[in-house]
Design a protein around this ligand. Structure first.
Ligand code: PCA
Length: 213
C-alpha cells in the first residue's frame, strides 16, 4: 500500500483558516494511508518541517498543498522555480525578494506527479481542475522547489508535487470579497482522487493542457 504524505499550510495573510490544511486534515482523517502534516507559512521553517515529516513518515508519494486565493479550480502544479519574491511578509515577518530557494540549484524542477491524469481524475470526481504552470514565487513555490530538490538529492525513488486549491466558502463569507471558492469536502475529494491516481500511475497521459497567455 502506498503511503502518502500530504501537507497543508497554516493560515497566512490575515486569514483565520487555510483551505489546504482544512482539506488535507479531512483527508488524513478519512484515509489510513494518508499522513497529514501542517507546514508553517514561513520561509525559514517550512522546508525543515517538510524534511522532518518525510524522514518520519517515509512516504512513497509526497503531495504538498497550498491556498491560491482567486483561483476557481484545483490546480496541480507542473513546475517549481528556483526563485523567491515575496509579495507580503510571511508569518514570521520575513519578506525575501529575488533570492534562490537553493543556492546554485537548477533553475526549475518539474513535478513527478502525472498532473494531466490527476486533472482528469479530479474532474471525474466532480471537482473543477486544470494544470497550472506557475506556483508563484511565495512560500508555496519555495516548498514545491524545496520538495523536488530534497527528493532528487536525498530520497531517490520518492515521487512528489504540489497542488494549489481555491479559498474555502467560510473565507469568502468572512471577508465579503467576490472570489470563487470550493467546499472543503470537495477539495478533499479532489486530493483523494489525485493521490490515488498518482499512486497508480508513474507516466502521465498525453492530452493537451497548453494555455494561451
Ligand atoms: N499559499 C501561499 C503560501 C501558503 C499557502 O497556502 C502560496 O501560494 O505561496
Amino acid at each position: 500500500m502506498t503511503r502518502v504524505l500530504m501537507t497543508g499550510f497554516a493560515p497566512f495573510g490575515g486569514e483565520t483558516v487555510n483551505p489546504s490544511w482544512q482539506a488535507v486534515s479531512a483527508l488524513g482523517a478519512r484515509r489510513d494511508d494518508v499522513a497529514a502534516v501542517e507546514l508553517p507559512c514561513e520561509f525559514a521553517a517550512s522546508l525543515p518541517a517538510l524534511r522532518r515529516a518525510i524522514a518520519e513518515h517515509r512516504p512513497s508519494l509526497v503531495v504538498c498543498v497550498g491556498q491560491a486565493g482567486g483561483r476557481a479550480e484545483v490546480t496541480p502544479e507542473r513546475v517549481a522555480i528556483n526563485l523567491v519574491d515575496a509579495r507580503i511578509p510571511d508569518n514570521a515577518g520575513a519578506q525575501p525578494i529575488d533570492v534562490p530557494v537553493v543556492e546554485d540549484g537548477p533553475a526549475a524542477y518539474f513535478t513527478s506527479l502525472p498532473v494531466k491524469a490527476c486533472v482528469e481524475a479530479i474532474r471525474a470526481a466532480g471537482v473543477p481542475a486544470s494544470v497550472s504552470h506557475t506556483a508563484g514565487t511565495y512560500v508555496c513555490n519555495q516548498v514545491f522547489y524545496g520538495l523536488m530538490h530534497l527528493l532528487a538529492t536525498d530520497f531517490p525513488g520518492v515521487r512528489g508535487g504540489f497542488v494549489h486549491v481555491p479559498f474555502s466558502p467560510e473565507q469568502v463569507a468572512a471577508s465579503g470579497r467576490a472570489a470563487p471558492s470550493l467546499g472543503v469536502d470537495r477539495i478533499a475529494d479532489a486530493l483523494e482522487a489525485l493521490a490515488d491516481t498518482a499512486s497508480k500511475l508513474t507516466e502521465d497521459i498525453v492530452v493537451s493542457a497548453g494555455v494561451e497567455h
